[in-house]
Design a protein around this ligand. Structure first.
Ligand code: NOJ
Ligand code: CA
Length: 547
């Protein structure tokens, strides 16, 4: 299947996220790689997806799983070469699969050539001005310049001496100390990212996922301002406009759009922007990136009224801005949905993770059913759906990773408050048994549980009713059923039931409750996330019907 030239191909696409280090290892070193992705193209094809998004594969010391980039225009030698990337891209394109790469513009790694130059240069130099260096407070500059905090460490400032600098200044990092923030008021930074985008777009990359797209522009007027107390990194808190979601950031994306539109079809992009609900859609407008992740379903409990409200609100906003809606339940930062939905409504996820999954009311069967029902609900909506590797297998979160095996800086640096994100980054099981369950011929860089084989591609392939086969059929059917970006709600007189339809008579009914319910009359069955029970829809399941 040739790659479509339709400029709107992405508006109602299914995009599959690959976390390369944990997808497939081709050379037995325990780390997934580019050749591993290439070797699994027929699997990706069997999912009927339209595109993959690759999390960072650039050279990196992995202080933050690759989101600490040493060089934006190369492949990490541990993962492959640019030639292997080109081969992968060409082969994916041959079977009609588009490719998104991840752009990390807020910060580089501390090993980036520019940061090394900055550390070895004088205060006030052009090299330092690519990052955010400031003198400290206190009699001897011994205190950080502001109260800004980091996601992964107490302060967003580290003293330059920690990086070998000799001039007594501090540098800003809203994530790990190994991730210094760029100074986006410096035009050279913007120019360099345009070069990077062009570098990948010229190779044939179709789209870009933009890491923390709302954070690039900060109020850097001197003296720098403190953020309001209590200090928090929640971009929704009034006063935090110093650091997040500032109007100027949209000028950056308007420039990027000019570049994207020089290609045929135009390149597309999706913003990871954790802004105020009313502001994230700006990033998604056709003058800017085209899409922004909508994390509302990901953060919501599995409840009918929640879902309906979220869908209506986001669909309306996307329509207003001329973008397409996005639906997301999972990614490499979030507890896997089968596990989330296995917990009682309103559970404290961090406490659950920190207890290594100790909870008497953890019901993984219900969780898995709900996760698949939720995705089938989203797959019936207008817009674009993102699926994270392993979601199609119904993989649960790995909850018992030992402390000495944890890699995530969110845990290691942040006072060990949150066990972190490794539990959703454990290498995929491909086979029911064998070394690292078919991930590679060596081990896996994060430990796989003994029962992982039961969730493997081998265990689920060809098995009626397995999560994998339900997903495969759902995504294939969705392609056939695709129609205009419109939806109609139908009243159900049951607070646990949602019923919607699309203009071509494609109906979707989801039962959020625990008891079976009758199906609407005069509609023909197409597909369901669980077998019907005596003609009725079981709890935590979705059915598609045709008028
Ligand atoms: C969001 C990414 O998804 C996450 O994995 C990373 O830690 C931060 N941005 C910083 O780049
Ligand atoms: Ca490898």
């Amino acid at each position: 299947m040739a790659l479509t030239l339709d400029k709107d191909w992405w508006r109602q696409a299914v995009i599959y996220q690959i976390y390369p280090r944990s997808f497939k290892d081709s050379n037995g070193d325990g780390i997934g790689d580019i050749k591993g992705v290439t070797s699994k193209i027929s699997y990706l094809q069997s999912l009927h997806i339209d595109a993959i998004w690759l999390s960072p594969f650039y050279p990196s010391a992995l202080a933050d799983g690759g989101y600490d980039v040493d060089d934006y225009r190369d492949v990490d030698p541990k993962l492959g070469t640019l030639a292997e990337f080109d081969e992968m891209l060409e082969k994916l394109h041959e079977v009609g699969i588009h490719v998104f790469v991840d752009i990390v513009p807020n910060h580089s790694s501390n090993r980036h050539r520019w940061f090394q130059e900055a550390i070895n240069s004088e205060p006030g130099s052009a090299a330092r001005n690519r990052y955010i260096f400031r003198d400290g407070k206190g009699a001897d500059g011994e205190l950080p310049p502001t109260n800004w905090i980091s996601h992964f460490a107490p302060s967003a400032w580290s003293h330059e001496s920690t990086q070998g600098g000799k001039h007594g200044q501090w540098y800003c990092h809203l994530f790990a100390p190994e991730q210094p923030d760029f100074n986006w008021d410096n035009e050279e930074v913007g120019e360099d990212f345009l070069t990077t985008l062009k570098f990948w777009a010229d190779r044939g990359v179709d789209g870009f996922r933009i890491d923390v797209a709302h954070m690039l522009k900060k109020d850097l007027s001197n003296p720098l301002k403190d953020v309001p107390e209590p200090v928090t990194l929640d971009s929704n808190i009034a006063g935090n406009e110093i650091l997040f979601d500032r109007d100027e950031v949209h000028e950056v994306y308007k420039k990027w759009r000019e570049l994207f539109n020089r290609y045929n079809p135009p390149r597309v992009a999706v913003a990871e922007a954790w802004g105020k609900p009313e502001s994230i859609h700006r990033y998604a407008s056709p003058e800017e990136l085209g899409q922004a992740f909508n994390f509302d379903l990901l953060l919501a409990d599995f409840q009918a009224d929640n879902y309906r409200e979220i869908v209506s609100r986001n669909f309306a906003a996307a329509t207003q801005y001329g973008s397409s809606s996005t639906w997301v339940f999972s990614n490499h930062d979030q507890v896997r949905p089968a596990t989330r939905y296995a917990l009682p409504l309103g559970s404290d996820l961090i406490a659950f993770k920190n207890s290594n999954g100790a909870s008497s009311s953890y019901d993984l069967i219900r969780g898995t059913n709900a996760a698949i029902a939720a995705q089938m609900f989203a797959l019936a909506l207008p817009g674009c759906t993102y699926i994270y590797q392993g979601e199609e297998l119904g993989l649960p979160e790995v909850l018992d990773i030992a402390e000495d095996q944890i890699q995530d800086p969110q845990y290691l640096r942040n006072h060990k408050i949150d066990k972190g994100r490794d539990g959703c980054r454990v290498p995929l099981p491909w086979t029911t048994s064998g070394t690292s369950f078919g991930f590679g011929s060596g081990g896996a860089h994060l430990p796989q549980p003994d029962n992982f084989g039961q969730y493997s591609v081998e265990a689920e392939s060809g098995v009626t009713g397995s999560p994998l086969e339900i997903f495969r059929r759902a995504i294939a059917l969705r392609k056939e059923l695709m129609c205009a970006e419109e939806l109609t709600w139908h009243e159900t007189n049951n607070p646990e039931l949602l019923h919607l339809s699309r203009p071509n008579g494609w109906h979707c009914v989801t039962n959020f409750g625990r008891t079976n319910v009758a199906l609407p009359k005069n509609l023909t069955f197409i597909h369901s996330s669980q077998p019907l029970a005596g003609g009725e829809l079981p709890g935590a399941s979705t059915v598609w019907l045709q008028a």
